[in-house]
Design a binder for this molecule. Structure first.
Ligand code: PGA
Length: 258
């Protein structure tokens, strides 16, 4: 992790796990296990129904709470959707956008993300944009083409001066929930490429934007991934469901803070 201005960032994505009651319990345990003043930015992404309880449980701490999705419009006839102002009112700090499970199962498109990313920023939410290739695309040598398309489309309407406020998570689909973590070299290559894509828009934003790795990150493999120069943190799914696991990953990141 370099340079100094990029604070390491760990985010735990609970996906469709945990009720509000379980979230409260988790928050208590997590706060008891986190090393204080560790220099690492930490966020939890609970389901919508557990956002308020998580915020309440983490109240007074520095741990941020992010939603897992958001609609691009402020309001409208969109049954089942939730908008940025609704999240802001709760006190939510940001939202995942374009997670591969949303792309794969719920038809999330790059076109919609082109509206969602700037809409989140304008509302005062931190967008964490997820991108990544399938196994077939990697085998066909299409990884860079896919990443270029996803990153350029999603950031197209983000003004240059806000680019560094987006957090990008590189999550190769073949590594998500499979136990097949990318090698540190593979993750570094892809993330260096993503940073260069941001650099095509703004050199300054490329230096400042945080790019995380996600896909089977565990306490046992976090350190070697986080040690890569362009990797600024991790988006953690399964291992974040246990507060002990997440706290261990935060410690691994903290150990790398100079
Ligand atoms: P995983 O999920 O850590 O369980 O592989 C990562 C993610 O989907 O964000």
């Amino acid at each position: 992790m370099t340079p100094d201005q990029r604070r390491p960032y760990i985010a735990g994505n609970w996906k469709m796990f945990k009720t509000a009651g379980q979230a409260r319990e988790y928050a208590q345990k997590l706060l008891a296990r986190l090393p204080m003043g560790n220099g690492v930015e930490l966020a939890i992404c609970p389901p919508f129904t557990a956002l308020a309880a998580t915020l309440e449980g983490l109240g007074g701490s520095e741990v941020k709470v992010l939603a897992q999705n958001m609609h691009q419009d402020a309001e409208g006839a969109y049954t089942g959707e939730v908008s940025a102002p609704m999240l802001v009112e709760l006190g939510v700090h940001g939202t995942l956008l374009g997670h591969s499970e949303r792309r794969q199962y719920f038809n999330e498109t790059d076109r919609a993300l082109q509206d969602k990313v700037p809409a989140a920023l304008e509302a005062g939410l931190e967008p964490m944009l997820c991108v990544g290739e399938t196994e077939e695309e990697r085998e066909a040598g299409e990884t860079q083409r896919k990443l270029r398309h996803q990153v350029q489309e999603a950031l197209e309407r983000v003004p240059e001066e806000r680019l560094a406020d987006v957090v990008i998570a590189y999550e190769p689909i073949w590594a998500i929930g499979t136990g097949h973590v990318a090698t540190p070299e593979m993750a570094q290559d892809a993330i260096g490429f993503i940073r260069a894509l941001v650099g095509d828009r703004s050199k300054d934003a490329a230096d400042r934007v945080r790019v995380l790795y996600g896909g089977s990150v565990k306490p046992g493999n976090a350190a070697e991934i986080l040690a890569q120069p362009d990797i600024d943190g991790a988006l953690v799914g399964g291992a974040s469901l246990d507060p002990d696991g997440l706290a261990e990953i935060v410690k691994a990141a903290a150990a790398l803070v100079k």
